[in-house]
Design a protein around this ligand. Structure first.
Ligand code: SF4
Length: 161
């Protein structure tokens, strides 16, 4: 979806310099091949000053969305406002929001995501969990993977491929 057609604006992980430059300067979807808050440099990626952060769910960790009314959401698909930039400075919302804090703490993940050996690089889709259960920390409902701990195995016991 072109940025102009999206109801929200995507923000990459803020740094002091980028925050002070205003939200209009923040990186969004970078066109073909671009990834929010992800790859730096290169065609379709972000400018070289972006810190690379690529994982499954980036909501509240490397991206967020600000609505046209100023509401700040972890992502465009997770309709839980963490504040309004008309009332609270964006850096304060970004740094102190409980929702954003929860999304940055994989120890709070519940169900099989909380037990999963891949949770640090995946975290499931927090918006999908919320959409299904109204709990953004619930296990990802569309994942068919069964973590080793649920299978009663350990990482150490796995043969090297
Ligand atoms: S259980 Fe699935 S969705 Fe959840 S962290 Fe593991 S791989 Fe990701």
């Amino acid at each position: 979806m072109p940025a102009s057609a999206h109801p929200h604006r995507s923000l990459g992980a803020p740094s002091a310099g980028r925050l002070s430059s205003g939200m209009g300067q923040a990186g969004g979807h970078a066109g073909a091949g671009g990834h929010p808050g992800g790859h730096s440099g290169g065609q379709g990626g972000h400018p070289g000053d972006m810190t690379a952060m690529t994982k499954g769910c980036l909501a509240g960790q490397a991206v967020c969305f600000v609505s046209h009314t100023g509401e700040v959401f972890p992502c465009g698909y997770l309709p839980l406002s963490s504040g309004n930039v008309k009332k609270i400075p964006f850096p304060q919302i970004w740094r102190t929001s409980k929702i954003f804090g929860d999304l940055r703490d994989d120890s709070k993940l519940e169900g099989k995501c909380g037990l999963c050996e891949y949770k640090k690089v995946c975290m499931g889709c927090r918006a999908r969990s919320y959409g299904t259960t109204r709990n953004y920390l619930a296990e990802e409902p569309n994942c068919g993977f069964i973590p080793l701990r649920i299978r009663g195995k350990t990482l150490e016991a796995q043969p090297v491929a």
